[in-house]
Design a protein around this ligand. Structure first.
Ligand code: SF4
Ligand code: SF4
Length: 467
């Protein structure tokens, strides 16, 4: 028989558990789902533009984030945000290992909900294992259908909610269900529905183990001071190993006397693990630091009156009885980078200009000599009004004596809210610098609807005839 190159997936049926970390994970899950699903429906009062708090307007090339409107040219803010995200991830990983994976990652959050659905439709771990091995009876068909239907519903709502961030949620959802939405809305929803269903329902831990690159390179960010979910082997095994409770091995003192470890080999920590690993075998790259095994072991320790913490968050140093040093060159360096990029981003957003002026000299021809000997240069002037109200701007020039500006339209120039206007300008003057082929001219743009707004100035080239 041909040798199999790939191991077939061994299905994992995680058991439910209660505890401190499980509760924290539920709170994070609740908040994350609340934000993700409700945000497209949140309305926001704007004088101009959509009344949706968060909207990514691809056609208008604007992103609305509450009172902040991000234009395509502000894309470097996104680079700043990505930079902060990356360094924050390195910083947190350096201190507390893969807590992002275990608590905040989409894959973890959605898989958690899919497991909850599975438990609701099919029962606890043992019932699910039994059902998976059972023949296809009416009961199995009903339970599996219910599971897949609820998974599909969550996956569809996930896909649709994502789509609603890219258009007015109320209008787009009506159009979606009446078959009048644009094709990309259906394609995006279908794609997200399918990927959510496969990743959270079918692939689950395989997504983290085989597809996610972060699981593979996170090791380089770990050191002896990084917190990981660890089994206290010294306490759990002692010199005579772990043993199930039996006569003479019930109380902790009895076990201590016989040098038997505190681990009663109940397997609860393995049964709750969504990655299907046994943390007692040491740190493994599959572990997402979700801490459910800590809750499981603490539950067991409480029930037999042993101290908690046989499995706990601990650094390699603390396990060896040494001090954990949170602050080291690496974490301080990441922290400084985060503060620096955040400061720059906040400064850039706080000092963003609501008006932009671009001057482009028209090169064909570079200049025209008029019949009276004067020189004419033409310019394409773009005024971008990012404000949520109509504005009027007066354009003036300086830098060349006696130069005249002709706009061919009224000056002040009217620019609608959140729009831009292109003005074709002519500048005419007697040759100011007869021995040069170019000089410079300064354009000044003054907002006349709000005279307290500082004027914008831009200097451009004024081309002259060559000798
Ligand atoms: S070993 Fe523990 S912390 Fe790691 S994935 Fe499994 S349950 Fe979560
Ligand atoms: S839950 Fe605790 S006692 Fe039970 S097998 Fe795991 S480590 Fe041992």
């Amino acid at each position: 028989m041909a040798e199999q190159l790939f191991q077939k997936r061994i299905p994992i049926f995680p058991r439910g558990v209660k505890g401190r970390f499980r509760s924290i994970k539920y709170v994070i899950l609740f908040v994350a789902y609340g934000i993700y699903f409700l945000m497209p429906w949140m309305r926001w009062d704007r004088d101009f533009g959509p009344h949706q708090a968060i909207l990514f307007d691809i056609v208008g090339r604007k992103f609305y984030l509450f009172d902040l409107v991000v234009y395509a040219q502000d894309i470097f803010w996104l680079a700043g945000l990505l930079g902060i995200g990356a360094f924050l991830l390195f910083f947190v990983t350096g201190i507390a290992g893969r807590v992002f994976c275990g608590y905040f990652c989409f894959q973890t959050l959605w898989t958690d909900v899919f497991i909850l659905i599975e438990r609701l439709a099919q029962g606890e771990r043992n019932a699910r294992i039994k059902l998976s091995k059972a023949p296809w009876t009416a009961n199995k068909i009903w339970r599996m259908s219910l599971t897949w239907f609820l998974w599909l519903l969550v996956a569809f709502l996930t896909g649709l909610s994502f789509t609603l961030y890219w258009g007015d949620a109320i209008t787009l959802s009506k159009a979606f269900f009446t078959g009048q939405a644009p094709f990309p809305a259906y394609a995006t929803t279908l794609f997200l529905t399918a990927t959510t269903f496969v990743m959270a329902g079918l692939a689950r831990e395989q997504t983290c183990t085989y597809m996610c690159p972060y699981a593979r390179f996170q090791g380089v960010m770990f050191d002896q001071n990084t917190l990981v979910v660890a089994y206290d082997e010294q306490r759990g095994e002692r010199s005579n190993g772990r043993q199930k409770p039996a006569k003479g091995l019930l109380k902790q003192e009895e076990r201590l006397g016989k040098d038997v470890g505190d681990c009663i080999d109940c397997g609860f920590c393995v049964q709750v693990c969504p990655m299907g690993i046994d943390i007692r075998n040491g740190m493994q790259y599959q572990c997402t630091s979700c801490a459910l095994c800590i809750d499981a072991c603490d539950t067991i320790m409480d029930s037999i009156n042993y101290p908690r913490g046989l499995i706990r968050y601990a650094s390699e140093n603390s396990m060896e009885g040494k001090k954990t040093r949170w602050l080291n060159v690496k974490t301080v360096g990441y922290g400084i980078f985060i503060l620096l990029i955040s400061g720059l981003l906040v400064w850039s957003i706080a000092h963003r200009s609501i008006v932009e002026l671009t001057i482009r000299p028209i090169r064909k021809p570079m200049y025209v000599v008029l019949s009276d000997g004067r020189i004419l240069n033409r310019y394409e002037i773009k005024i971008n009004n990012k404000a949520s109200e109509l504005k009027r701007f007066r354009l003036t020039i300086s830098g060349i004596k006696d130069a005249k500006l002709e706009l061919g339209q009224e000056n002040p120039v009217k620019v609608l809210a959140e729009s831009s206007s292109i003005v074709l300008a002519k500048v005419v003057t007697h040759n100011p610098e007869k021995d040069k082929t170019r000089t410079y001219i300064t354009f000044k743009l003054q907002d006349v609807t709000n005279s307290t707004t500082p004027a914008l100035t831009k200097t451009s080239v004024f081309s002259l005839p060559s000798r």
